[in-house]
Ligand binder design. Structure first.
Ligand SMILES: C[S@@+](CC[C@H](N)C(=O)[O-])C[C@H]1O[C@@H](n2cnc3c(N)ncnc32)[C@H](O)[C@@H]1O
Length: 301
């Protein structure tokens, strides 16, 4: 298991939104560049207590969250002898197996790929629809986008690296993979985390510089970022225990229905976190921020 940040607040927002997006878009092909494990053995830690454990104890206060696909996945894996946390491959397979979608999962970690294979068997996904690649995910997905046998609009690409700007051996980064998908008309989501407003600003500026050349190709609001920003990071430095605390997703070519559903769930999430407390006893309240990348006009606060 390579991913140490499972079940933290960044995962809660990421997986809540991802579950909604996949249930609405129902893509025939799901390609993931940095897959991680299908499941994680769940234990308490301060970031997970503020993340998935807080979510599980408070989400029933909100019908929007209690009826979410994400809660359904959590509920299934919480009610076992061993409590597990679902990674994105679990979420994708549990939703898309019903429509016989095909899957490509990339990760450099064999243990993570093994866990995906096990759950794929459990979900009765045939081998012909599952491809597991122990290779650099950016290269693999870049290559897949050249395929002529798939309709770009039927593909969903999920890009979830530790560092979106890190370049691989071909000098490509995750941000460039996202840019490439956006241009080709694929549905794509790139996740990013930040622990201060200056890091957030740096990320946004760099992203916009890269996306700027294709700005004119997009209709208004085609590329959006959807973020949860903890109030506390607007107040300066705090101990985040090495975990990302603010997080966002850069999204392209998704339907307006998707954005509406994510807005609804994001607002419900912010509502249940109003009274949350961080491990250092400061307020854990969150703000939802959805912005169009092309117009830079605030859509939701
Ligand atoms: C943030 S975790 C993924 C979490 C997962 N997507 C989820 O939401 O549950 C990042 C993963 O990327 C993998 N990784 C790191 N470098 C990679 C690369 N160049 N290509 C593919 N996977 C990579 C790590 O092994 C790790 O499992």
């Amino acid at each position: 298991m390579a991913n140490r940040h499972f079940g933290e607040i960044g995962d809660v927002w990421k997986h809540l939104a991802l579950s909604e997006i996949l249930s609405i878009e129902l893509p025939d092909h799901y390609w993931e560049s940095h897959a991680g494990s299908a499941d994680y053995l769940l234990t308490h830690s301060p970031p997970r207590d503020y993340g998935v454990y807080y979510f599980m104890t408070h989400c029933t206060l909100s019908p929007d969250l209690a009826e979410s696909q994400y809660y359904l996945s959590l509920f299934k894996l919480f009610n076992r002898d061993e409590i597990l946390y679902p990674g994105s491959p679990y979420i994708a397979m549990s939703i898309l197996r019903k429509i016989n979608a095909s899957f490509i999962f990339c990760d450099l970690d064999q243990e993570s790929l093994d866990s995906i294979e096990l759950w794929a068997k459990d979900f009765q996904i045939p081998n012909s629809l599952l491809s597991l690649k122990k290779q650099d995910g950016i290269n693999i997905i870049m290559e897949e986008t050249q395929r002529v046998d798939v309709q770009p609009g039927n593909v969903f690409v999920f890009i979830d690296p530790y560092d979106p700007f890190q370049r691989n051996s071909h000098q490509n980064s995750s941000v460039e993979l996202f840019y490439h998908c956006a241009l080709k008309g694929l549905k794509a989501v790139l996740w990013y985390g930040f622990e201060s407003l200056s890091i957030h600003q740096h990320f946004v500026n760099s992203m916009e510089k890269i996306l700027h050349p294709i700005e004119n190709l997009f209709t208004k609001n085609t590329v959006r970022r959807m973020e949860i920003i903890p109030e506390v990071i607007t107040l300066g430095k705090f101990d985040h225990s090495g975990s990302y605390i603010g997080s966002g997703m850069m999204c392209c070519n998704l339907s307006s229905q998707c954005y509406a559903a994510c807005k609804e769930k994001g607002m419900a999430l912010a509502k249940i976190y109003r009274e949350a407390i961080l491990p250092d006893n400061r307020s854990g309240a969150l703000r939802l921020n959805i912005q169009s990348i092309t117009t830079e006009k605030n859509c939701v606060l």
